[in-house]
Design a protein around this ligand. Sequence first.
Ligand SMILES: Cc1cc2nc3c(=O)[nH]c(=O)nc-3n(C[C@H](O)[C@H](O)[C@H](O)COP(=O)(O)OP(=O)(O)OC[C@H]3O[C@@H](n4cnc5c(N)ncnc54)[C@H](O)[C@@H]3O)c2cc1C
Length: 390
Amino acid sequence: MNAVTEQPAVPVIIVGAGPVGLTTALALARHGVRSTVLESKGTLDPHSRATLMVPRSLEIFEQLGVLPALLAQGQRNDAIRIVRAANRKLLLRFDFAPLAAHTRTPYALALSQDRTERVLLDAVLQTGLVDLAWSDGFARFEPGTDSVSVVTAAGRSITARWLVGADGAHSAVRKQLGWRLQGTTYPTRAVLADVRVAPEHDTMEGWLADPQAASFTIAVRFGNGVWRLIESAVPDSVSDADLPARAQQLSGALFGPGAWRETLWTAAYKKHERRAERYVGGRVVLAGDAAHLNSPAGGQGMNAGIQDAELLAQALAQALAAPQESHALLQAYEQARMKAFDRDIRPLTHAIEAMETAPSWLRKLAFSSIGLVRAFGVEAVVAKRLSMLS
Ligand SMILES: Cc1cc2nc3c(=O)[nH]c(=O)nc-3n(C[C@H](O)[C@H](O)[C@H](O)COP(=O)(O)OP(=O)(O)OC[C@H]3O[C@@H](n4cnc5c(N)ncnc54)[C@H](O)[C@@H]3O)c2cc1C
């Protein structure tokens, strides 16, 4: 075993250089607070994963000064239009423009997560206030009275006032706290595939959906000619090796024959709706997937984590300046973010899962009465919910 060596104290240690860890480090730096980020991998994750940022996240990124760099790389969507793949007729339109009265960013941004992380990383490094340790993960923490020490996988010991666990769904920080992600894992297994389609099929009309397929399928554009296909419930008999062929098949069904050019990435996953029983334990705080997990449908996963990061950085900066207020500040963070999950994210996740896994005859019936949905103003309500501005 490596000998444990002492390091000078830093105000905050963040475990994980995913979008949540990086946003926390950047937001702390904007408050003038130094941090050390520990990341077990040697570099950023190269996969596209979350491809949509909602108005509330963009508001945060504007405050953090990275919005221009993100806008330069992504595609701005003033509204999300979902059209029926078979005839390109409009099914649903979630318009963000009416939110202009409430936000300076009344639009969503389509950008792959690896590129979002790259923008965040560049901004973090430019602050000069963040030490980023690649390939040196968190091993365990040792609580102190007004500090916390972290022992890294390489055997270093670093002491800080606060420790943030932004180390994802399998968070080692959360596990040491003894907390589990409580809630539901849906029985269905979903498949995503990023594909490149031929230019003549790269329509800007909107996202393509086939609501009548045995399993609800949708195609979401997030780059020039690049689309994310999501099939919401596939049988367990479909193996990982079958996924590229399935992506090609799905492309044909959604875009038409001859549209498929290349499969860039595929993944099969279970969908969850879970959160930790607590987010704060002494001087250790959870954020992002370490604290809560939900289905990627509705795009609330990474976006919720970014909102955790912003609020947490504010609470930690204030707690460092006024230690006697620490308890109240961190409790307020925990309460606000748990409430956001329970009140907004959990019901949306349930509703989308119910729609996606309803029998196809029921979905057919529901989508054939879509005019009614429009007449009752449901689209505006959903747009507000998706924006996460509440
Ligand atoms: C296939 C797939 C598709 C998805 N699609 C969407 C989508 O369409 N929309 C959406 O909103 N969300 C989506 N998500 C979810 C989204 O990617 C996550 O919500 C987001 O990445 C959470 O960010 P995070 O920073 O909390 O965690 P992560 O991104 O998981 O980052 C955690 C980081 O911590 C590091 N780490 C782990 N353990 C340690 C340790 N012991 N020491 C140091 N570092 C450690 C990891 O290497 C990682 O870099 C998808 C996820 C997957 C896997």
